[in-house]
Design a binder for this molecule. Structure first.
Ligand code: NAD
Length: 411
């Protein structure tokens, strides 16, 4: 499975090359990370014993700027996974045209089995081991699966201690009081909303007549659903890992989430009927928004999707075989590298504010995010139209072209 991700990433790059005709040297350079590092480091456990953990950092490409990408803590982290994810980060940053390259890293660990103290010591030990690889102008990590702002704060503290440097721009998505940006919490959902706004203009979607189903009402899905509802779109279904709810009349997202917070799940919410996550994906809606986990639309259910548009807020929710089926059926899927790039864009804003000692308000952040997402969407749409390809291929063509132009002109 993990190997498959890296194979998929490389296969996508080969497909893009059918439209770009890169020379062999450039193509083979982009197929692999510039640098891949494995670290093994000891952590003192609560029982006084020492356990050795393994971590990775993959720096795929920095033609456009410092490597940028998350650090995940999960038992599934593998060399192949972080290599694939670092390549996708290169394309994501290039699609939205921010001056960052692609990186990714992680530690093989089940955080649920750690105490708070063990988690802090592990985070700091990992940060110390990768301290010479990263830096505000070199490689800028962020949180990812099972890591968060607190973990970035611990890592930053350790980084500053080990290197003697004072800058806080080396990690992003920090708590606001440690130099994090206003608006980062909403950023990924908000970026997706700007994408839907552009799509609506392009395709003449009228909000009040546009039904939207959102799978996964976590950070990304919640803000997406809340904000599009405020724009007049009708949220007819939402879900979490335990299942979903559906109402033809539309769902008050904030009320439903408050219910979930009190009751632990959406089940039993009186104003909507219960549905499964599989049923949610197959609803008759105009816009389907997978915002939870990868590989939810596969060969097996792609024929059953009734939505006209998919906005991929999760990473990798549509598998490559499903992609082909959706395209043939005329369903337009806005790819993750574009749809959820609002998050990394606001991480860039954070880095920029730290580097220039600025503090932007949430409104400034939102105002700066809108044109970036809008322009990226229009560019991807145009390229897809020009080459008669799906939006994912359009996004990759745009991204790879931007990176290669920079590689050729300088690096
Ligand atoms: P989260 O943990 O806050 O929320 C995930 C939500 O999905 C939860 O409501 C959970 O209950 C639900 N869920 C889990 N498994 C599910 C399943 N099998 N079916 C339906 N729902 C399920 O995570 P998040 O930060 O909102 O991230 C969601 C997705 O967006 C991930 O793929 C992530 O990689 C991607 N993403 C997040 C960001 C960000 O800024 N947070 C940026 C880019 C991409």
């Amino acid at each position: 499975m993990q190997n498959q991700q890296y194979e998929n990433a490389k296969a996508q790059l080969s497909r893009v090359n059918q439209y770009l005709n890169l020379d062999e040297q450039t193509l083979s350079r982009l197929m692999v990370p510039d640098r891949f590092v494995e670290v093994n480091f000891p952590v003192v456990m609560e029982n006084g014993g020492v356990k050795v953990f393994r971590g990775f950092r993959s720096q795929h490409n920095n033609a456009l700027g410092p490597y940028k990408g998350g650090l995940r803590f999960s038992p599934e982290v593998s060399e192949e996974e972080v290599k694939a994810l670092s390549m996708w980060m290169t394309w994501k940053c290039a699609v939205v045209d921010i001056p960052f390259g692609g990186g990714k890293g992680g530690v093989i660990v089940d955080t649920k089995a750690l105490t708070e103290g063990e988690l802090e010591r592990l985070s700091k030990a990992f940060a110390a081991r990768i301290a010479d690889l990263i830096g505000e102008n070199k490689d800028v990590p962020a949180p990812d699966m099972y890591t968060n702002g607190q973990i970035m704060a611990w890592m930053l503290e350790e980084y500053q201690k080990v290197t003697g440097l004072k800058s806080n721009a080396v990690f992003t998505d920090k708590p606001v009081e440690m130099g994090g940006s206003e608006g980062r919490t909403e950023a990924t959902g908000q970026g997706g909303v700007f994408v839907l706004e552009e799509l609506s203009k392009m395709e003449g979607l009228e909000p009040s007549r546009t039904r939207v189903a959102v799978q996964g009402i976590g950070n990304v899905g919640y803000y997406f659903a809340k904000l599009v509802r405020e724009m007049g779109f009708k949220i007819v279904a939402i879900s979490d890992s335990r299942g979903g709810i559906y109402s033809e009349e539309g769902i008050d997202v904030e009320e439903a989430l408050a219910y979930k917070e009190t009751n632990g799940s959406l089940q039993g919410y009186q104003k909507a009927k219960e549905i499964s996550n599989e049923e949610l994906l197959e609803l008759e809606v105009e816009v389907l928004v997978p915002a939870a986990v990868e590989n939810v639309i596969m060969e097996g259910n792609a024929e059953k999707i009734k939505a006209k548009y998919i906005i991929e807020m999760a990473n990798g929710p549509v598998d490559p075989r499903a992609d082909l089926i959706l395209f043939k059926r005329g369903i337009r899927s806005v790819p993750d590298v574009l749809a959820n790039a609002g998050g990394v864009t606001v991480s860039y804003f954070e880095w920029y504010q730290n580097m220039h000692q600025e503090n932007w308000s949430k409104e400034e952040v939102t105002d700066k995010l809108r044109p970036i997402m809008g322009q990226a969407f229009k560019s991807v749409w145009e390229i897809a139209k020009e080459h008669q390809v799906d939006l994912r291929m359009g996004a990759y063509i745009l991204a790879v072209k931007r990176v290669v132009e920079k590689l050729v002109s300088g690096c």
